[in-house]
Design a protein around this ligand. Structure first.
Ligand code: ZN
Length: 364
């Protein structure tokens, strides 16, 4: 193929990729990496195959139910390409073993479904200086991003400095199998681009929504954050030593300007900010103090989202300022009798926010 050639194929043969998670994302990623001829593939997973996995974990099948996912996936990709080396690691990944397991591979694929492992993989990728191709999928939505690429590529912690207090996995919220197929394939594609020198070394997040008229969107993420605790200048201090306790840091007092006095708070009208975008988009970026109520949830049961106190003003925001109008209308309909409540939508949405208020807020 023009633009790829024999050199591209030889690069693939000499490359190694470690795939963490042999589930909905890991299976399609491994399938395409094996078929493309990546010379050495590692698979990390400690779960066994269950029947309920089969709608999305397409390397496994009815005959391998009960088998470790690592073994089942290895069998399947060996059937595709018997010439590649496949290493399996059937144990949970932890901060004690991550660097050891990941250090012998060129690229790390995050195909897991929980927040603590995302932070662990990101911090380990930074410490080892390796690109991390990260995927996530829930319900009809997915996202994919390459972290720690090139000399100034950002890491997961640059984007999400504080780990969430609780995490949802697709076991709880459900997922359409073909959606994980889309994201897992994109992860394989990014890995192949990096190996063959076709990647532009930019960190862009691809956001996928199966039901949207334009299902793919790209968000430019920019460069690494110099104040990032993992990859910024300060962070480099702890790469060789023990990592800070993130939870403790989250509970500690902020620096100057990060807190507000009671008197100052008194001058601000009591208000709630509702962000009606899908959860995936809210997870990528949102205004401080805003709460996420996806549009369909709000429309289904608007009365649940009116504040009890009439004096609390409600502001609704979305990406461009269209969905927020529908949400504001639904709340106002409920509120016909008393016109003293303030319910407003933000004109131009978050796009206008980043243009006029905060230039650092991501545009997409
Ligand atoms: Zn960082």
């Amino acid at each position: 193929m023009e633009g790829f050639g024999l050199s591209g194929q030889l690069n693939l043969q000499q490359a190694s990729v470690i795939v963490v998670g042999a589930g909905g994302l890991g299976c399609p990623a491994l399938q395409y990496l094996a078929a493309a001829g990546v010379g050495r593939l590692g698979i990390i997973d400690h779960d066994v195959v269950e029947t309920s996995n089969l709608q999305r974990q397409i390397l496994h099948n009815e005959q391998t139910v009960g088998m470790y996912k690592t073994e089942s996936a290895a069998l399947a990709i060996k059937r595709i390409n018997s010439r590649i080396q496949v290493d399996i690691i059937t144990e949970p990944l932890s901060s004690l073993n991550a660097a050891n397991h990941l250090q012998n591979y060129d690229i790390i694929l995050d195909c897991t479904d929980n927040a603590p492992t995302r932070y662990l993989l990101s911090d380990t990728a930074v410490a080892l200086g390796k690109p991390l191709v990260s995927g996530a999928a829930q319900r009809f939505y997915g996202q994919m991003c390459v972290y720690n690429i090139g000399s100034d590529g950002l890491c997961y912690r640059c984007l999400f400095p504080k780990p969430p207090t609780q995490s949802e996995t697709c076991e709880e919220t459900g997922i359409l199998g073909a959606v994980t197929g889309v994201i897992g394939n994109l992860q394989a594609l990014e890995a192949i681009k990096i190996i063959t020198g076709l990647h532009d070394n930019e960190s862009n997040m691809i956001v996928f929504s199966a039901l949207a008229p334009t299902p793919f969107r790209t968000i430019k993420l920019g460069k690494k954050d110099p104040t990032c605790a993992a990859c910024g200048k300060e962070g480099e201090k702890w790469c060789g030593g023990p990592a800070p306790d993130w939870e403790q840091q989250g509970l500690a007092d902020g620096g100057p300007g990060s807190r507000i006095s009671a008197r100052e708070v008194g001058r601000i009208q009591p208000m709630q900010v509702i962000d009606v975008r899908p959860r995936t988009e809210f997870g990528i970026c949102h205004l401080p103090q805003s709460r996420n109520v996806p549009l369909e949830d709000l429309i289904t049961n608007p009365s649940a989202y009116l504040p009890e106190d009439n004096n609390v003003e409600t502001y609704i925001v979305c990406r461009l300022g269209n969905d927020s109008q529908m949400a504001a209308k639904a709340l106002k309909e409920l509120n016909k009798d008393s016109d003293n409540r303030v319910i407003k939508d933000v004109i131009g949405g978050l796009r206008a926010w980043s243009r006029h208020v905060d230039a650092n807020f991501p545009v997409y």
